[in-house]
Design a protein around this ligand. Sequence first.
Ligand code: LLP
Length: 436
Amino acid sequence: HGTSTINQLGHLEIGGVDTVDIAGRFGTPVYVYDVALIRERARGFQRAFEQADVKYQVAYASKAFSCIAMVQLADEMGMSLDIVSSGELMTAKKAGFPMERVHFHGNNKSPEEIDLALDFGVGCFVLDNFYEVSLLQEKTLSKNQKVDALIRTTPGVEAHTHEYISTGQEDSKFGFDLASGQADKVIKMLKDDAYIQLRGVHSHIGSQIFDTNGFVLTVEKLFSQFTRWKEEYDFVPEILNAGGGFGIRYVEGDEPLPPEHYVADLVKAVKKEAAKADMAVPEIWIEPGRSITGDAGTTLYTVGSTKDIPGVRRYLSVDGGMTDNIRPALYQAEYEGVLANRANETAADTFAVAGKCCESGDMLMWKLPLPEVEHRDILAVFCTGAYGYSMANNYNRITRPPVVFVEDSQADLVVKGESLEDITKNDLPFRSKERV
Ligand code: LLP
């Protein structure tokens, strides 16, 4: 997929760059991103909105993968940016991302984070809870600063996906409940607020979703409130943000819709409900993360030790694992991969691919068909571009890998790998006088 091919040497090539060379040059593990594919995914969503002739924003959910280069690419592609913390905000700031196109999410924005966002001039707060509304009221008043806001709602729609990444149901830590009138209360609180301008509503029902039923149902549920809100509070949302969650293909059997299809069904539902309610079609925003960067990312590892348990399983261990990709351990997520240095060879057996952490659950794949594996082979694992690097960690004090962007036969290092020095750089000696 994307620009991936097998070159004359039988090596996996991405963006016109031989991945075996990337492994040699930058070491392994390393995350490799196919920039052309990221562009194509972004354009897919944007094109669909343009064809549907509605006002829109495609906000890249930077939690999926954030670094300065990625945020700059999102900007170049004309996307907006969803951030959820001061760290993601600072990344956007350092990337020079236009702050008016930044949307600030999160169920527990701290007073310091709210200050920073206001000082940077963040364009839109996605309000999540009453504490945040009061904090933002206080701060905008004291700074004499105006800001746009959306109400994050839980529409009571169950997305059929893993429980940990499902967020639309009423029993969720996120957002205001629609059914019990929590959202109404926010509308009342902000009705006469001179600083916070409530411009619309938001909902995000979950992640890795393969059909559009949940989105359509959400739109219907929202509009049933809109009609009432118009009558009771004279509040007509100008923006409907449907969140992210558009699925991608990790393994055979995953059958996501093309980006265009999600957008087309969403827009159709919004137009239909708006007509029924006799309201203007609101601006439609979405927040794709995974579907922008997920399949553009490939992780390269070096094969190290192997272990055969005759008749049971053949293990091979790679030089990374749950520290660079925690998704298999956390969600039983599945992946596919190939030997990057022998990508044209046929499989001889299936292998269980283990990471190097001291933890039995540190497995990347349980049944990967591969040729007879040799030590020092390069293993490429596909579709690691979302929630791989962004959820990377230093368990076992393992360093986080570098990130390389490839496009037009050129490889650019965009995040340096951590060094052993980095591992201890914030440590202080026992009974240190520096300790506070
Ligand atoms: N908008 C909101 C408000 C979200 O909470 C999320 C994801 C997104 C957009 C982007 O969703 P996406 O298009 O990427 O599915 N760590 C998990 C995924 C957690 C998603 C959290 N919120 C994973 O690795 O699958």
